[in-house]
Design a protein around this ligand. Structure first.
Ligand SMILES: Cc1cc2nc3c(=O)[nH]c(=O)nc-3n(C[C@H](O)[C@H](O)[C@H](O)COP(=O)(O)O)c2cc1C
Length: 175
């Protein structure tokens, strides 16, 4: 698949097959994460891989935004100590870095036939306690992973002519 087809084909998947993900594919997805760009190359991320089904069930109870029963979860966290190195801008850079890592991971997953969904709706303090996450590490986003049991239709996208401004705001793209 060419890159644009991968970008356009990825969907948020909320229903998964009962089929294990090979470990090398999980590692490839994690590796795609660390190759994301990072402001000042601070790499403020920590990734917690959860592939224990009992833990996943417990996390589901803390996560209203987590649908289906995924085979794995990646919790993308911000390491606040690393973030401090970027000064005042640190936290906002870190959120951007982590978002880019997340997209890399989801595209990698899709290219391997694995479905994913980004999730922000979860109970941070419950997750912190369950996964023994220290104070200086902040869970920001979760990605669920599993083989898709559904393939949702692509959502409506605002057209390029509406969102692209050429040389000045308001001079919309004409084609
Ligand atoms: C920052 C962010 C947070 C999201 N949080 C959730 C969530 O908590 N639960 C969920 O089911 N989907 C969540 N989504 C997925 C969006 O609903 C989904 O990306 C959007 O509907 C577009 O669909 P698509 O991903 O298939 O293109 C989130 C997406 C983003 C980017």
């Amino acid at each position: 698949m060419d890159l644009l087809s991968i970008i356009k084909g990825r969907r948020s998947i909320r229903s998964f097959q009962d089929k294990e993900i090979p470990e090398d594919h999980l590692l490839a997805i994690l590796e795609a994460g660390i190759w994301a760009p990072s402001g000042s190359n601070i790499q403020p991320w920590e990734f917690i891989l959860v592939n224990d089904s009992t833990l996943i069930k417990k996390i589901k109870l803390l996560s209203p935004g987590l649908y289906g029963v995924p085979k794995a979860l990646i919790i993308l966290c911000m390491n606040k100590k690393r973030t401090e190195k970027a000064g005042r801008l640190g936290p906002s850079l870190a959120v951007m870095d982590i978002s880019m890592a997340a997209q890399n991971m989801m595209l990698m997953a899709y290219s391997l036939g694995i479905g994913s969904c980004p999730i922000v709706s979860f109970n941070k303090s419950g997750l912190r306690e369950l996964l023994e996450i220290p104070e200086e590490v902040d869970p920001v986003l979760m990605i669920s992973l599993g083989y898709p049991d559904e393939w949702p239709r692509a959502p409506e996208k605002r057209p390029l002519e509406e969102v692209v401004h050429v040389n000045a705001y308001g001079k919309n793209l004409r084609r």
